[in-house]
Design a binder for this molecule. Sequence first.
Ligand SMILES: [Zn+2]
Length: 119
Amino acid sequence: MSDRERISIPKHFSSLEETGEFWDTHDLGDYWDQTKEVEMSFRPKPRSLRVLPCPECGSLAMKRVWGPCPLQDGTVIPDLERFPCSRCRANFFGGAAIRTIAAFRKRSSRYKKLKEYRP
Ligand SMILES: [Zn+2]
């Protein structure tokens, strides 16, 4: 953008929509010299980080935890992230946990086969 085409960042926007429209059509990189550094701090709501709504029962009773996790077939995964619900006792697993369980089972079945075929 040439200097002639460039305008100043408006001092005030009348609404969030107006702000959005401005930044949808303007590149912040072209206005970098009109910005100033500010110090900000954010404090996320603890509830949004610690307690989640349970997809099974809908209660705000699901937490993110790590540790040994016994599975229904008796296998215990030593360190697994999961989301148990304290209300309905359902357990949920993220994609990384599913991959960990699959890898653990694959290693275990290989180990069993080695033991079975050992002379
Ligand atoms: Zn639940």
